[in-house]
Structures are given as structure tokens and as C-alpha cells.
Design a protein around this ligand. Structure first.
Ligand SMILES: Cc1ncc(COP(=O)(O)O)c(C=O)c1O
Length: 387
């Protein structure tokens, strides 16, 4: 049997590996505090669950149109209008099983040999994995701690050349929790306007998890980029629906047909019941979502304060998502060593920075998608390791 060379270039998401190891340790009797997976620890709001039950009872058992139910695409379009004051044609929206297919499809559409795709480092590991798979050159855009992990516009421009086809931007960022405000996005958009051949994938999956009453600046708000902009968003993080597998992409008119074809070839359509639930999530009561955001902000404050109270740890203040990304170089351990010791010796599951790029070897990622009690317990345990 001979398999394709390209498939060997795919890598994976280490957070799932850490989770697997944590479960093994739990089975052998060890107590583990889970701060590794990027998944809200709350149940999906009850109005959404009810809508799904009704959908099952009323017969949503079959395929839907491959690009998603029109009622759902209308709801996504209205959501963009309400939140960003931008008109989006529902025909330019593709509903998919989770946000990930939008990453996969965008990179497949732009990546091949002799092309280059720029991705954030540290960043979500799937970007580089898929770029490498296509044979395109994966070009890291280093997000430096000194720049608050924001994009350095000069550095970004210095990576552009004739082969650059796509740049991936992720705001708020996984794994750093960095949030770039409108003033920063204005500068990035202004710079991108000067490079009309480069497409943009703006991964905005954490767009509603933003702290300190800041407003999300969507890339959709820059009309000059519209013809080469793909925006990824979805239900997984905001509405605690990771297992429902539902996300969306907003695409330029010129390439949505390719994305739609990939959807037909790949999965036919997203789950019908999830799609009905997705309508309720966008149009229904938002009280639970507000409560969840408040809780995440309190946890952010707690973990930020605790991590910085350790002698050998320095943590940047996350502005969004649910991750803290401390620099642990003073502990004299690498991120890999730190994460291994935290899990194997102390029972705290977290992810080494190296899982998110070569620039982040001296960092670890804490997901604060766990209760304040558990975060406090983890901090108390880890204080023995780092003080
Ligand atoms: C930055 C980023 N983009 C996309 C995704 C994919 O989300 P989904 O679970 O909806 O596929 C994740 C999930 O962790 C993420 O962190």
C-alpha cells in the first residue's frame, strides 16, 4: 500500500493529546484539573437545546441545502448587520460543521506548490498543518510578547512577496488571548489595501468573548477588502456548542462557488438539527451568553492575578477568548517540560506553547474554561512548582 506524500505533512492539535493523556491518568486514579481544552465548560443555553428538540420532533431528519438552510444564512446575515453594520448577501455565507472547515477550505483554495500563506505564530496549529498539507510554503508571522502579541504591521508587510496568496489573522487570538482593538485593525487594513493580490482569512471565532467592554472590530467593516476577505465565525465558543459542529464563513462573491463545491464534496451539509438550534442561538434570548462572558472575565482577572503572583511566571493580560499565555522562561523549564511536569506530577493539564508555533517554546497555555474553584486549586498546586 502506498499513501500520498501530502498526507504525511498534516499535523495535529496537541490540546487533544494532552486531554487524552489526562483521561488516562484519571482512569488510573489520579485527580486532574483540566485547563487544556479550548472548550467552554458550560452547557449549551437551554433555549437552544429546546429549539433542537423541537426540530427533531418536527422532522428535521434529512439533508439541508449544502450551503445551509436559508433561514440560518439569513440569521447570520442579520447578525452581521446588527453587530457590524455590514450588509452580507446570504448567498455569500456557507454554513459548515464547526469553524474548522472554513480554515481547511480557504487554505485548499489558495494553497499549492510555489505559493506562500502567512499564519500567526503563536497561533491555532491547524493553520500551519493544512498549509503544509497543500504544499504551499507556511510563513509564520511572529506575534511578539513585546507587541502584546498583536500583529506588527511592518513585520507583516516584510513577509509579503509575489508568491503570497493568503494571510490568516486571528482576533482575539488562540493561544495568547490577545485582542486587537479597532485602531490596530485600521492600521492592518490600511496596510493590506496596498496589496490587492493577497486574500485574507479573518478567524473571528472568539468575536463575542471580549473583555473590559471593548467592541469587536470585524474585518468585515473594511469595504475595500471585501472582494478578497473570508471571515470565519461560529457557534462553538460563544454559545457553548463545540459538540454540535456548526460554524460559518462569509466569502467573496468570486470564490464562494469553490467553497460550496468543497462542502458538497466533503460533508454534503451541516447537521440539520444543529442548524435550527443555530437560528435560536443568534435570534433568541442572549441573557445566558452575557452571564457566560461575565464569568469568563472574572476568571480572566483571577488567573491573571494569580499567575503574576508567582516569582517565575509573567503573564500578559488577555483581552479576549479564554486563554492565558504566561512566559515561564524564568522557571528554567521549557514550555514542554513545564506542561509535562504540571500534568504528570501535579495533575494540572495545560498545553505547551510549542504546540502553537516555534516562537512560543517558553510559554504555556492555560484555558480558563473551568470553574474559579478549580482555577484556584490549580494555582495553589502549581505555586509549589514555580515559586
Ligand atoms: C482560533 C480557532 N479557530 C477555529 C477553531 C475551530 O472551532 P470549531 O470547534 O468551531 O471547529 C478554534 C477551536 O479551538 C480556534 O481556536
Amino acid at each position: 500500500m502506498k499513501i500520498a506524500e501530502s498526507i504525511k505533512k498534516l499535523s495535529t492539535e496537541s490540546a487533544f493529546k494532552v486531554f487524552q493523556r489526562s483521561v488516562e491518568l484519571e482512569k488510573s486514579g489520579k485527580k486532574i484539573i483540566h485547563l487544556s481544552l479550548g472548550q467552554p465548560d458550560f452547557a449549551t443555553p437551554s433555549n437552544i437545546v429546546e429549539a433542537a428538540k423541537k426540530a427533531l420532533d418536527s422532522g428535521y431528519h434529512g439533508y439541508t441545502p449544502s450551503n445551509g438552510l436559508i433561514q440560518l444564512r439569513n440569521a447570520v446575515s442579520k447578525d452581521a448587520l446588527r453587530r457590524y453594520n455590514v450588509d452580507v448577501d446570504p448567498e455569500n455565507i456557507l454554513i459548515v460543521p464547526g469553524g474548522k472547515p472554513i480554515i481547511f477550505f480557504s487554505i485548499l483554495i489558495f494553497g499549492d506548490k510555489n505559493s506562500e500563506i502567512i499564519y500567526p505564530d503563536p497561533g491555532f496549529p491547524i493553520y500551519k498543518s493544512v498549509i503544509d498539507y497543500t504544499g504551499a510554503k507556511s510563513v509564520p508571522l511572529i506575534l511578539d510578547e513585546q507587541d502584546n502579541f498583536e500583529i506588527n504591521v511592518d513585520k507583516m508587510i516584510s513577509l509579503f512577496n509575489d508568491k503570497t496568496r493568503l494571510i490568516i489573522i486571528n482576533n482575539p487570538n488562540n493561544p495568547t488571548g490577545a485582542f486587537m482593538k479597532k485602531e490596530k485593525m485600521d492600521k492592518i487594513a490600511e496596510a493590506l489595501e496596498k496589496f490587492p493580490n493577497i486574500a485574507i482569512l479573518s478567524d473571528e471565532i472568539y468575536s463575542r468573548l471580549i473583555f473590559d467592554n471593548q467592541e469587536m472590530p470585524s474585518m468585515l467593516q473594511y469595504p475595500n477588502l471585501k472582494d478578497r476577505l473570508i471571515v470565519l465565525d461560529g457557534w462553538s465558543k460563544t454559545f457553548c456548542m463545540t459538540g454540535w459542529r456548526l460554524g460559518w464563513g462569509i466569502w467573496p462573491k468570486s470564490i464562494i462557488s469553490f467553497a460550496n463545491k468543497l462542502a458538497v464534496n466533503d460533508h454534503s451539509c451541516a447537521n440539520a438539527v444543529s442548524q435550527i438550534a443555530g437560528i435560536e442561538a443568534l435570534k433568541g434570548d442572549q441573557e445566558e451568553v452575557k452571564k457566560i462572558l461575565k464569568e469568563f472575565e472574572e476568571r480572566r482577572n483571577l488567573i491573571f492575578e494569580k499567575l503574576n503572583s508567582f516569582k517565575n511566571v509573567e503573564c500578559f493580560k488577555p483581552g479576549g477568548a479564554f486563554y492565558a499565555f504566561p512566559n515561564i522562561s524564568k522557571s528554567k523549564m521549557t514550555g514542554d517540560e513545564f506542561a509535562t511536569e504540571a500534568l504528570e506530577t501535579y495533575g494540572v493539564a495545560l498545553v505547551s506553547g510549542s504546540s502553537f508555533g516555534n516562537s512560543a517554546k517558553n510559554f504555556v497555555r492555560f484555558s480558563f474554561a473551568n470553574s474559579k474553584d478549580n482555577i484556584l486549586k490549580a494555582m495553589e498546586i502549581l505555586s509549589k512548582m514555580v515559586n
